[in-house]
Design a protein around this ligand. Structure first.
Ligand SMILES: [Zn+2]
Length: 277
């Protein structure tokens, strides 16, 4: 029986070289003896190895499939993350844009508010200036008004002051307030100009110190009334004799300076009396 050469069998073509050589030996030497059995063994071994190779290939395919799926899943995750990142970036840019817009709007409002506040302060300042001017004007008018209703007569059967000064210190100490009916022994000191030079600390007590003005200037010597000394300057042009009772009553009404002035000159007089004892 003729058997075709094993080398032409596709099963033998894929066998390793050492097994081919072994089978070739069988073919050359004892194939005839072994015959079909040898060929069957070779084919069986070939199929066995083919099966193993296919199993390995199947596992390899399976692994590659799993790897592909993993890569695919990873790609999906990467894409999802990239999409989420894009969404976050877009949201972030929108937030920044909105924040800038809100900041810009707030700054505009702030500037407008500051402008209004400044304008309000300017208006308040103008009103305060006008108010101050009106107060000054009112004070001047009260001071100039010689027959003002505030000068109510004082009832005194013993020759007390015949009027009370205006209750407003700014009025009764004003230089234009006339003190028309105020008690005075000598009118010469109204607008009096001294002919002598007086050193600092001497001369006349300014009427402002007892709450009066230029129109009721008693011409009081500063040494005689404002210190515990006696004026011995023979050239002194100012008054040295004590205040009358009516003058004291009137000065008492010239708040707030008048009462304080009386207390002060009384303490000076007391000191002089004590020195003379
Ligand atoms: Zn004097």
């Amino acid at each position: 029986m003729h058997v075709s050469a094993p080398a032409s069998d596709p099963a033998l073509a894929t066998l390793p070289v050492d097994k081919k050589r072994k089978l070739q030996h069988v073919h050359d030497g004892s194939f005839n003896a072994l015959g079909e059995q040898g060929h069957r063994l070779a084919r069986e071994e070939y199929l066995k190895e083919q099966g193993l190779r296919l199993k390995v290939q199947a596992k390899l395919d399976e692994k590659e499939m799993a790897l592909h799926e993993m890569r695919n899943k990873q790609a999906c995750r990467d894409k999802k993350q990239a999409d989420e990142l894009d969404v976050m970036k877009t949201q972030y840019r929108n937030d920044i844009q909105r924040y800038r817009q809100e900041t810009f709007t707030a700054e505009i409002e702030n500037r407008k508010l500051r402008t209004r506040l400044t304008q309000r302060d300017i208006t308040i300042n103008q009103l305060e200036c006008e108010n101050n001017d009106l107060r000054m004007e009112l004070c001047n008018l009260k001071a100039i008004n010689r027959n003002g209703h505030s000068q109510a007569p004082v009832t005194s059967s013993r020759g007390g002051p015949t009027c009370v000064p205006d209750k407003d210190p700014e009025v009764h100490s004003h230089k234009h307030y006339p003190h028309d009916q105020a008690p005075r022994e000598n009118r010469m000191f109204g607008g009096f100009q001294a002919s002598e030079h007086y050193a600092p600390g001497t001369g006349k007590i300014w009427p402002r110190k007892y709450g009066s003005g230029a129109n009721w200037d008693l011409g009081l010597c500063r040494i005689a009334f404002d210190t515990d000394k006696t004026c011995i300057d023979s050239r002194c042009e100012f008054r040295h004799h004590l205040l009358t009772a009516n003058e004291r009553k009137y000065i008492q009404l010239l708040t707030p300076f008048g009462p304080n002035f009386l207390r002060h000159i009384d303490s000076c007089t007391y000191a002089k009396v004590m020195q003379s004892i």
